[in-house]
Design a protein around this ligand. Structure first.
Ligand SMILES: CC(C)(COP(=O)(O)OP(=O)(O)OC[C@H]1O[C@@H](n2cnc3c(N)ncnc32)[C@H](O)[C@@H]1OP(=O)(O)O)[C@@H](O)C(=O)NCCC(=O)NCCS
Length: 249
């Protein structure tokens, strides 16, 4: 069954999807997020599954854009595979086989928060299933840097898996947030992630300058939530106005 959305704007047809209730990930009023569960039927794999995730992500993005005043709901695909948002908007997409998340914002809702970096803003979301088994050690070895691997407390194996997944996911979310600003690839160890899982907060700190406006030591703040055997992480840049008195373990 299809539902009609975006009254007053161009209609967007979406399959019926289950909404995942999640507190606002960014705390910026202008950022609109939507997290949904992917339909379990029909069961799709490989290219067909990827195609369904892509189409549903675009449909949700179109819905959010039209609801928030964009003249178009179309989100293009760059040569580097990055999403190309309509003029005046930024956004971000993530999908796992089970969940899909999209967020959009008018550029001025995010960039106005720092006067000295006009035009430079981004948001990034990532959704990852909690990693299991041998993959935990693989991700720790290949995607975490020394400072992150070194943070070892007496964790159960489940807590350890959740922590490693959250750090990995935070790096992916931060990449999506900053890539459209810097326009070039950066690596997992160009950023060090600190988690405060109790407070659902993340701090990313640049270990390499990504641009003159993003020098070594730049801190980017984000949030992290666990839902339905997944972690969801989110960053915004600029973000310094978002969290005051942030503390880390
Ligand atoms: C691009 C990348 C971050 C995508 O993450 P993923 O976990 O594989 O997949 P997700 O489902 O979460 O995200 C896919 C979405 O990312 C978005 N995306 C792809 N490339 C992107 C880019 N360069 N910038 C911003 N967003 C991008 C797209 O919207 C894509 O969905 P779509 O194809 O339906 O439009 C990942 O594949 C990658 O290349 N990582 C290496 C770079 C990196 O993370 N460095 C670490 C820096 S600390």
């Amino acid at each position: 069954m299809n539902v009609r959305v975006a009254p007053g704007a161009r209609d967007v047809c979406l399959p019926t999807v289950r909404e995942i209730a999640l507190p606002a990930l960014w705390g910026i009023p202008g950022i609109r997020q939507r997290i949904v569960a992917l339909p379990t039927e029909p069961v799709l794999t490989g290219e067909a599954a990827r195609e369904r995730e892509f189409r549903l992500g675009r449909a949700i993005a179109a819905q959010l854009l039209l609801e928030h005043g964009s003249a178009t709901g179309r989100v293009g695909v760059g040569l580097d595979r990055s999403p190309q948002w309509p003029p005046g908007f930024i956004g971000t997409i993530s999908h796992s086989p089970a969940l899909l998340g999209v967020a959009i914002a008018r550029r001025d809702a995010v960039e106005m928060r720092v006067a000295d970096a006009p035009g430079q803003c981004g948001i990034g979301i990532d959704i990852e299933p909690i990693i299991e088994g041998a993959a935990v050690e693989d991700i720790r070895r290949f995607c975490l840097c020394e400072e992150e691997r070194g943070v070892r407390r007496p964790l159960s194996s489940r807590e350890d898996a959740m922590t490693v997944t959250a750090i990995f996911s935070a790096k992916e979310a931060l990449f999506k947030c900053l890539y459209p600003i810097v326009g070039s690839f950066f690596d997992f160890c160009d950023v060090v992630i600190e988690l405060n899982l109790q407070a659902a907060e993340i701090r990313g700190q640049l270990k390499r300058a990504l641009s003159p406006e993003l020098p070594v030591g730049t801190r980017v703040l984000g949030r992290c939530r666990f839902i339905e055997q997944h972690v969801v992480t989110a960053f915004a840049w600029p973000s310094s106005a978002l969290f005051e008195n942030i503390t880390y373990l």
